[in-house]
Design a protein. Structure first.
Length: 295
């Protein structure tokens, strides 16, 4: 078994030991939200493509594997690309402007190598200044800290240069964790934004989850029994913010409005958390093959 496979196996053991399958009432989403969830998953997918995160570069966002067609059709252009290697799991991605949808989008790449997953599987919490009593995953917080000042400055500049644009922060996997922390910090600095994460692990304690929930405009998307949202486990002091948007159909299947269930409640025991076992395959497919640029 590869080193990365061993880390996944360890995560599976921890997650399945903590699983608590419980049914929960939920509701379908509407077509407008479905379109948004799909679009920002494509932005998250684009962050995996090396041409979109060349530090110091700018240019059109594109995905040679064809999994960000809506982003390309919108003419999204990177105004800032970053690839910050660190000991905590790398902070990589881009800031793009989307003139079609009148948006500035900050997208973080997910896990790409064993170093990234060593950071993911470090279950220690650390005190953070996002809110009173808030604690965050030590590795995720440290990784965000390596780019926070520059990204905040670049977001300030992009929003100032694009009057009337909305701001979206997105990411998949580790990228979702960084997006969650970045989005919370950017809101604290005065920005209004929408936060979309896909296959995001838990990022902090209950106080942080409640704070993020209260900020609103949060779309935490999971897929069937994707293993990653199940770690770090609640038994280690971690919590998930609300709501969750749980994709219920299988890999490689088109996603319709009735295939996504909105589930309310911090640490809700339905949705992904209600699964009795977990796999890696659902993590790699959300609205499309989100990690395809790594393959």
């Amino acid at each position: 078994m590869s080193l990365l496979g061993k880390f996944w196996a360890l995560a599976a053991v921890v997650a399945q030991a903590a699983a608590l399958p419980t049914a929960l009432k939920s509701r379908d989403i509407d077509s407008g939200l479905l379109s948004s969830l799909s679009l920002f998953e494509q932005y998250a997918a684009a962050a995996y493509c090396s041409n979109n995160h060349q530090a110091g570069s700018t240019g059109d966002i594109s995905c040679s594997v064809g999994n960000c067609n809506d982003v390309q059709s919108a003419g999204a252009t990177a105004v800032y690309e970053f690839d910050q290697a660190n000991d905590y799991g790398d902070a990589t991605g881009f800031i793009a402007t989307d003139a079609t949808n009148k948006l500035v989008v900050l997208s973080f790449r997910g896990s790409s190598d064993i170093q990234n997953w060593e950071a993911n599987l470090n279950f220690a919490l650390t005190d953070v200044d996002l809110c009173d009593g808030c604690q965050a995953h030590t590795g995720f917080w440290a990784s965000w800290g390596t780019v926070s000042d520059e990204i905040t400055s670049q977001i300030d500049a992009a929003m100032s240069a694009n009057s009337g644009y909305g701001l979206v922060v997105t990411g998949h996997s580790l990228g979702g964790a960084l997006a969650a922390l970045a989005g919370t910090a950017l809101r604290n600095s005065g920005h209004t934004l929408d936060l979309y994460t896909y296959g995001q692990p838990r990022v902090g304690n209950e106080a942080l989850a409640q704070y993020m929930t209260n900020q609103g405009s949060l779309y935490r998307v999971t897929h069937t029994n994707d293993i990653v949202p199940s770690v770090p486990p609640e038994s280690f002091g971690f919590s998930h913010a609300s709501p969750e948007y749980w994709i219920t159909n299988g890999d490689l299947s088109p996603v319709g409005t009735s295939d996504v269930q909105e589930i309310d409640g911090i640490d809700a025991t339905g949705g992904n958390a209600g699964e009795s076992s977990y796999l890696i395959d659902p993590h790699l497919w959300y609205f499309n093959a989100v990690t395809a640029c790594l393959l």
